[in-house]
Design a protein around this ligand. Structure first.
Ligand SMILES: Cc1cc2nc3c(=O)[nH]c(=O)nc-3n(C[C@H](O)[C@H](O)[C@H](O)COP(=O)(O)OP(=O)(O)OC[C@H]3O[C@@H](n4cnc5c(N)ncnc54)[C@H](O)[C@@H]3O)c2cc1C
Length: 426
């Protein structure tokens, strides 16, 4: 029986180890040294490196990459189960070598890079010797790639890049930027003359590229292949975000339930009030629905490809934002005034929920993708009435019994009576 919802015991042991490791090692690091993972300061590295070493010893480093690229080749389904834990702790993805935005960029390099490009950028990215950012969105509009204007013009042995990008996450901290131009995807070292990174908005930088010159071999994939590469990159990024979002939603549910059992109002614990129970029940169901959608999508990616799973990835993408918003709102509300403070994770979680519906493509666009692809497997009905028009279907069905009715008129009379009864109900 193939529809098995259990985790194989060997991998479950790994997940149990991850759970303990995150609780005992990563959570304290997050609370006391929140940005430690990206630090190059030796005293801070002394805290982070041994943790990463333990992850490597467990064979859990960069699990999203295939074996030939240095990962364990676990695939997306196992990554989903892992990310359901890691997503709860800010530093955990980087401690496990599967942090955004590098994972998507690494996947793009793995799929489209030449051997030389992989050697130069993929390996150091995997080892976190360098960090990367993804520069696609432009100030005049992000949802429609046809509006992008950044160009790369060939000049002798170089490409000359001109344009502006907006919301390049972690741009300032990156060593290399993956820049989507109208005519290709390019890898641009951050310190190349002409790369001007504004310190805002927040950590998602406005980056200006003015006469930026890179050698010809900094083109990734085919010339004019930027949109295909972007789809590949964003598809992976979206599902990874969703896996981590499940972890956030579960945290909100855990907090909601603990509070519901701990707080009293109007003579009973609040978990005994029906509206609080409704919030718990709705959250439990929404999280499980999201989780099943994510796991099935991950399974499909493993068994087909990211490209062939676009409809499911788009479905996951807009569902995660809604579930996170709904569940974190309910949890925050049940926490009352405490929920409105920054003394618990809930306020940040709720404040971040809209960005899940914007980053990597706005929900509206993903809904259109799902609807269009779903519609592709349907055809219009002939005539005025739909295929499921009951009188026409019944007439067709009666033909199946024509011989029987000829042999037994009573049976036909019975069928007539039943038909009159069914019709009289309307
Ligand atoms: C936290 C975060 C991190 C990000 N990181 C990166 C990054 O690392 N690199 C990068 O390149 N970009 C990044 N982005 C940018 C992101 O990809 C864009 O914000 C996104 O594609 C939307 O573009 P926009 O902001 O220009 O919104 P717009 O395209 O202006 O859309 C705004 C609104 O218009 C409506 N709308 C737009 N198009 C349609 C449509 N077709 N149908 C119906 N309604 C529509 C929707 O309501 C939409 O929310 C990030 C964004 C966020 C929030």
């Amino acid at each position: 029986m193939a529809w098995d919802f259990s985790t194989e015991p060997e991998f479950q042991k790994k997940l149990d180890w991850v759970e303990d490791f995150c609780k005992n090692e990563i959570e304290p690091l997050d609370l006391v040294f929140p940005y430690a993972v990206r630090s190059r300061e030796p005293k801070i590295r002394a805290l982070v490196d041994p943790l990463q070493q333990q992850v490597k010893e467990q064979g859990l480093w960069a699990v999203f990459l295939d074996e030939e690229l240095g990962g364990p080749g676990y695939g997306q389904l196992k990554l989903a189960l892992l990310n359901e834990i890691l997503g709860r702790y800010g530093s955990a993805p980087a401690i496990f070598g599967c942090q955004a935005p590098d994972t998507g960029n690494m996947e793009m390099l793995a799929a489209y890079g030449t051997e030389e490009q992989k050697e130069r950028w993929l390996k150091p990215l995997m080892n976190q010797e360098i960090w990367s950012a993804y520069s696609m969105t432009e100030p005049q509009g992000g949802s429609d790639p046809n509006l992008f204007k950044t160009t790369a013009v060939r000049d002798g042995e170089e490409w000359v890049i001109n344009g502006e990008k907006w919301f390049t996450s972690a741009g300032r901290a990156a060593d290399i930027l993956f820049v989507m131009c109208t005519n290709g995807m390019f890898v641009v070292p951050r310190d190349t003359p002409g790369v001007d990174i504004q310190p805002y908005p927040s950590t998602h930088n406005w980056v200006k590229y003015k006469d930026v010159r890179v050698p010809l071999d900094h083109l990734l994939g085919p010339e004019d292949g930027a949109k295909v590469l972007a789809q590949r990159r964003l598809g992976g990024g979206r599902i990874h975000h969703a896996m981590r979002t499940i972890a956030q939603c579960k945290l909100a549910l855990d907090m909601m339930c603990e509070r519901a059992l701990s707080r009293e109002s109007h003579g009973k614990i609040i978990g005994e009030h029906q509206m609080v129970q409704e919030a718990i029940a709705e959250s439990y169901v929404q999280i499980n629905m999201l989780r099943l959608l994510v796991l099935e999508t991950a399974w499909k990616i493993d068994n087909t490809s990211t490209q062939q799973t676009r409809t499911d990835i788009a479905a996951v993408k807009f569902t995660m934002a809604k579930v996170l918003r709904d569940v974190s709102f309910r949890a925050l509300h049940i926490f009352g005034s405490l929920g409105m403070t920054n003394l618990t994770p809930l306020k940040d979680m709720y404040a971040n929920a809209p960005s899940m519906g914007i980053a990597d493509g706005v929900d509206e666009v993903h809904k259109v993708t799902v609807a269009r692809n779903v519609l592709k497997s349907y055809r219009p009905h002939e005539g005025v009435f739909p295929t499921e028009f009951i009188p026409a279907k019944r007439e067709q069905a009666r033909k199946k019994y024509a011989e029987l009715f000829a042999q037994d008129p009573e049976l036909e009379q019975y069928a007539d009576r039943m038909q009159r009864y069914m019709e009289s109900r309307h």
